[in-house]
Design a binder for this molecule. Structure first.
Ligand SMILES: *Cc1c(COP(=O)(O)O)cnc(C)c1O
Length: 366
């Protein structure tokens, strides 16, 4: 008997998430100087982390011998005050990715279906398959726009979860508040909408689903400290929803699923308005810079509001390779069924300029 024969059904066919490569790995593989490499591949914050968060993390490290407060009281209190929801409406996750998995633990089993868009964030599909449920992938509309009526039309009596992100990753497509509200209102009572708000902090007017949660509509919103707060390495995110749903998720998580260093950093990051405002402003400048640059190169791109842009380059894999050889790491999205596109994270202005210059030279050589 081999280990493979002993593994649970589905484990061996479970697709593997391919993260953007760390700078050191690329340097080692290509024989490049790591200090000359820029990474615009994982939608990380190019301005670092909130300094208040770093200071709080360093203080928390002094007590690394102690288990965290598994109730995450300070953090839930801060979020409660900030969002005007009850403390019992928040659950913390080891990154918001873990919260997607917790939704699987709580609600998915073989025979269940999950509805999502084609080219949606791959973790929705990975979690669906991990629990033996069936991903139902709905086509995007023209221009890679999301089609919320089509999501609704794909719901069956077996549907448990509908996954939606706005802005979506990797496409960058956004849905309006009206479209999202209409979907939530139309979903039947046996279906929960998982609203992924990973990039919500970059928006001017983010859709607000709190009134629908208060009305008793079945929706959970997921947020992360990985993007605008610049804490991707610490792995922390949160979900907010009705207390009854949160209580279910608390039952299926590990007792200390988020470490104390991450939770202390998150509390401090929520207070660092100055850092968030700066990052939002710089991101907007960067989006305009990339948009203008792509237009000048004659490249089609999806109008973006998050901290990344999907741009059509012809052969995405070849462009990715050529850019990487010149020390610019981007993200090919062939695995998402988008072989002609590249996803580029908004960097600092200098990084964006380098990306545009390098891309111009790469495309000129074709
Ligand atoms: C980055 C991202 C997340 C958050 O991931 P973490 O696990 O919190 O780092 C969730 N959803 C989408 C669509 C993302 O792009």
């Amino acid at each position: 008997m081999t280990f493979a024969e002993l593994a649970n059904p589905g484990v061996l066919t479970q697709p593997i998430y391919e993260p953007g490569k760390p700078i050191d790995t690329v340097a080692r593989e290509l024989g490049l100087d790591p200090t000359g490499i820029i990474k615009l591949a994982s939608n990380e914050n190019p301005h670092g982390s909130s300094p208040l968060a770093i200071a709080a993390a360093q203080r928390a490290l002094q007590e690394a011998n102690l288990y965290p407060d598994g109730g995450y009281y300070s953090l839930r209190q801060k979020l409660s005050a900030k969002l005007g929801l009850g403390m019992d409406q928040f659950v913390m996750g080891n990154g918001s990715n873990e919260l997607i998995e917790l939704m699987g633990h709580a609600f998915l089993a073989p025979g269940a279906e999950c509805v999502m868009h084609q080219s949606a964030f791959i973790v929705y599909k990975l979690v669906t398959l991990m629990f033996g449920a069936k991903p139902v992938e709905v086509s995007l509309a023209a221009g890679l726009r999301q089609d919320l009526p089509a999501l609704l039309a794909a719901v069956t009596p077996k549907t448990k979860l509908v996954f939606l992100a706005s802005p979506a990753n990797p496409t960058g497509a956004t849905s309006t508040a009206e479209e999202i509200m209409a979907l939530v209102r139309a979903l039947p009572p046996h279906v929960i909408l998982v609203m992924d708000e990973a990039y919500v902090d970059f928006l001017d007017n983010a859709p607000d689903l709190r009134p629908l949660i208060a009305e008793g509509k079945k929706v959970i919103c997921l947020r992360t400290f990985s993007k605008i707060y610049g804490l991707a390495s610490l792995r922390i995110g949160y979900g907010y929803a009705a207390p009854e749903l949160i209580a279910i998720l608390q039952r299926v998580r590990q007792p200390f699923n988020v470490n104390a260093i991450a939770s202390a950093a998150a509390v401090a990051a929520l207070d660092d308005e100055e850092f968030v405002t700066k990052c939002r402003r710089e991101n907007r400048v960067g989006l305009a810079q990339l948009g203008a640059g792509f237009t000048q190169l004659g490249l089609e791109f999806v109008p973006a509001q998050g901290n990344f842009v999907l741009v059509k380059v012809g052969d995405g894999g070849a462009a990715f390779d050529a850019l990487q050889r010149q020390g610019v790491i981007t993200r090919p999205v062939k695995g998402y069924g988008l072989p002609e596109w590249l996803r580029v994270t908004v960097g600092t202005q200098a990084q964006n300029e380098r990306l545009l210059k390098t891309l111009a030279s790469v495309l000129a050589k074709r």
